[in-house]
Design a protein around this ligand. Structure first.
Ligand code: ADP
Ligand code: ADP
Length: 227
């Protein structure tokens, strides 16, 4: 059974005449690393946000773990999302930023503490737990954003250009970290990027979008070595 199945998904924002996503269909298997690529405005974020439940689906069916999920609220989807903008809470410490999603779930304090510290260890953030986001570098903030997603132990990660604000060196480092984490957790990842190198080095399959339509789906080898 595939983890995520999109069946002719379409999206038209109410105020727009045109569709932003047209007949998007794909079967995503467990532990795949799917990358969406394509020019700005082609529908990458919209597609991701529909899978997360942050945007209504105009027509078509979304299945997550075999369950029709079009109307399942985001918090019930077992999905963790990482945004380009980090989306950290500026007034909270690194510890509380990472703990936030667990507090909402009303886990007990001891369990939260264990999970937050374990996550910080994986991401080399142990020495920064008491700091606020404004005291961190871009790479550290990016790690906190990842930490907030990882700590929930969801088995699906959606990442919308999670490395676009980093410099080249850090981007390469973080790519490796994301792949390591993915392998460690065995998660399914859908990852949006503009960056062709990122797509080629990370993806199990790449989805090329243009104008809201899938142009091609294939492995990096299929797409970039046989023109
Ligand atoms: P990117 O190309 O990096 O995805 P965008 O500039 O397309 O960034 O989008 C940034 C944010 O603005 C997103 O949350 C998106 O949903 C929203 N957005 C994009 N286009 C429009 C629009 N025409 N009207 C309202 N919001 C939009
Ligand atoms: P990408 O992520 O590939 O840059 P988006 O999914 O952000 O593309 O946008 C796809 C299309 O949908 C664009 O034409 C954009 O203007 C439009 N769009 C995105 N978000 C909104 C929104 N919140 N309201 C209206 N139109 C939007």
């Amino acid at each position: 059974m595939s983890k995520i199945s999109l069946n002719n998904i379409c999206k038209r924002y109410e105020e727009n005449e045109d569709y932003s996503v047209k007949d998007f269909s794909i079967e995503i298997n467990e532990s795949e690393f799917i990358v969406f690529v394509g020019p700005s405005g082609c529908g990458k974020s919209t597609s991701l946000r529909m899978i997360a439940g942050l945007e209504d689906i105009t027509s078509g069916e979304l299945y997550i773990d075999g369950k029709l999920s079009n109307n399942v609220p985001p918090k019930d989807r077992n999905i963790a999302m990482v945004f380009q903008s980090y989306a950290l809470y500026p007034h909270l410490t690194v510890y509380d930023n990472i703990a936030f999603g667990l507090k909402i779930r009303k886990l007990d304090k001891k369990t939260i503490d264990y999970k937050v510290k374990k996550t910080a260890e994986i991401l080399n953030l142990t020495n920064y737990l008491k700091k606020k986001p404004k005291e961190l570098s871009g790479g550290q903030m990016q790690r906190v954003a990842l930490g907030r997603a990882i700590v929930k132990e969801s088995d699906i990660f959606l990442m919308d250009e999670p490395l676009s604000n980093l410099d080249a060196k850090l981007r390469v480092e973080m790519r490796k970290e994301i792949l390591n984490l993915k392998n460690k957790l065995g998660s399914t990842v859908i990852y949006v990027t503009h960056d062709q190198t990122e797509a080629m080095t990370m993806a199990s399959r790449i989805v090329c979008l243009n104008n809201g339509i899938i142009q091609q789906i294939g492995t990096p080898r299929e797409l970039y070595t046989n023109p």
